[in-house]
Ligand binder design. Structure first.
Ligand SMILES: *Cc1c(COP(=O)(O)O)cnc(C)c1O
Length: 512
């Protein structure tokens, strides 16, 4: 060991002198002031803008061997990152289902990183914060006996639910999936393929999960939907019967509360009854739609989710938490633990001291080291209260009812799906536009809407028809923002029509 000499001082990432600490504090205050100013002036900015090529190219810079200092690193953020986000903070961002985050959530993230606890387990206040958040979520969703944990997103929350479902139902049927997986081991009798069910409108996480869990994506049986994009129960029954007759082993039915395309919700009560009858696990993907349960006026739409064996939902979508944050609730806490329980000598736990309580969360999911996602939820629930969250959810739905009404009333606009919740799928139409031209026409319309920074809806295809899809989980939007989107779709649509007319005239002239 080399002894530390004045020529070789002890190193650390912390500031070394009181002056350096003061400089860090000043820089931190500037960061805070800049971010608050950014949030305060969102309405004055475009919803999105293209990065200039020199900015985009600047991210090709070489690996920094020697540091340029915190102030320079912050300057790079301020000049090249801050001005070019994807827009999801903006009051007229309605793309995909991306949440805004909140100012308080931002501050809580700083506190969480500052305290920097590892919430995989052990005996400390941050762990109790997460347990309290999970208890609150369980109570909110009408599953007070459930446990669970916070994870990165809906994909992971739903995948955790499906993983526990597979463990629970295969164990009940005498299979040891933790030991054998899905491989044909010598001496182990071959086992029926495990299959699970959801509608064809199920989000893409289910295919990924089936592949990653080693089930193979053919294990995910995609059942057709009815005209309202809800799972066709008769088709489900037929497929269940057919699969069982063919020697497959159904283990889970998934219902969606709020499909990603149109916001439709499956008949969750019926699905739960089928699960009870056939001894199947009932999982609900409520990525954003589960939060409708919190509203007395919207609850009926998602009734049945409280019967789930497991429920996955995001807090970074309709819960307005900054990325990342989602929750999975699992009713049977014992089976949840059994599905992920691990032991390791380097994780020995004692009844007292730092390790008391053990690796609680690490034994209920895949991650060992886990960040302090719970703090932003805990502080936001306390600061804003659940009633405010519910009021914002109801405001979003009211906005979309308003948009749907305007679309229905306008001769050049068409709704392509019902608007049960917070998603509207629409397009511009005109008698001069044939069905074969409408898709490209509306695609161009959407791109202009985005590129001009007016608003950011996204798109989807519904029965072969291109839809401008407005998915609304935006707590910053006003009714005027909603009107601005409708007005802009009409005006850009008319602009495109007149361009077409101009081209047609030009072509006619050329022929003459
Ligand atoms: C967004 C979404 C997901 C995936 O959630 P992520 O947080 O993006 O991983 C799953 N299901 C539905 C219905 C969704 O809308």
């Amino acid at each position: 060991m080399q002894s530390m000499t004045p020529e070789r001082p002890d190193l650390s990432f912390d500031p070394a002198t009181p002056e350096e600490w003061a400089a860090l504090r000043a820089l931190g205050h500037r960061m805070l002031d800049d971010m608050v100013a950014h949030l305060e002036t969102l309405h004055d900015r475009p919803a999105w803008r293209e990065m200039p090529p020199d900015v985009a190219n600047s991210f090709e810079e070489p690996l920094p061997r020697s540091g340029s200092g915190s102030a320079a690193a912050y300057r790079a953020f301020h000049e090249r990152v801050l001005p070019y986000p994807n827009g999801n903070l903006h009051p007229r961002f309605f793309g995909w289902v991306q949440g805004n985050g909140t100012p308080l959530g931002m501050l809580a993230e700083m506190l969480a990183a500052g305290l920097n606890p590892n919430v995989g387990g052990f005996n400390h206040a941050p762990l109790l914060v997460e347990r309290q958040v999970i208890r609150w979520c369980a109570e909110l969703m009408g599953m007070p006996e459930a446990g669970g944990l916070l994870v990165t997103g809906g994909t992971m929350a739903n995948t955790m639910g499906l993983a526990v479902a597979r463990f629970a139902k295969s164990r009940e049927s005498g299979r040891d999936v933790r030991t054998n997986g899905h491989q044909a081991w010598p001496g182990v009798a071959p086992e029926a393929p495990l299959v699970f069910y959801g509608s064809s409108e199920t989000h893409g996480w289910a295919v990924k999960a089936a592949e990653w869990m080693g089930l193979g994506n053919r294990a995910f049986r995609q059942v057709p939907v009815d005209a309202d994009y809800r799972i066709d129960i008769d088709a489900l029954e037929a497929q269940l019967a057919g699969d069982s007759a063919a020697g497959l082993q159904p283990f889970c039915i998934m219902g969606t509360a709020g499909t990603v395309n149109t916001g439709a919700t499956d008949d969750l009560v019926r699905l739960s009854e089928i699960c009870r009858r056939d001894n199947l696990w009932f999982h609900v993907d409520g990525a954003f739609g589960a939060l409708a349960w919190l509203s007395p006026t919207l609850r009926e739409q998602v009734r049945g989710l409280e019967r789930a064996d497991s429920l996955g939902f995001d807090l970074h979508k309709w819960g307005s938490m900054p990325y990342e944050c989602a929750c999975v609730l699992i009713r049977d806490q014992q089976v949840h633990h059994d599905a992920f329980r691990t032991t390791a000598s380097y994780l020995a736990q004692y009844k007292r001291g730092v390790t008391a309580g053990g690796t609680y969360y690490a034994e209920r999911g895949l991650d060992l080291s886990r960040g302090f996602k719970a703090l932003k939820v805990w502080m936001s629930f306390k600061a804003h209260g659940i009633d405010k969250l519910v009021a914002i959810i109801e405001q979003n739905v009211a906005h979309m009812q308003h948009m749907a009404a305007r679309v229905r009333a306008h001769p050049q606009l068409e709704l392509l799906a019902p608007v049960p919740l917070n998603i509207a799928c629409l397009r511009f139409t005109d008698p001069s536009l044939g069905e074969d031209t409408l898709n490209a026409f509306n695609e161009e319309l959407l791109l202009r809407l985005q590129e001009r920074g007016i608003a950011v809806p996204s798109s989807t295809m519904l029965a072969g028809r291109f839809a401008i899809r407005v998915a609304h989980v935006n707590h910053r939007s006003t009714l005027a923002d909603i009107d601005a989107v409708v007005d802009a779709v009409v005006s850009i649509g008319r602009e495109l029509l007149s361009e077409r007319a101009g081209t047609a005239r030009g072509a006619a002239t050329a022929i003459v």
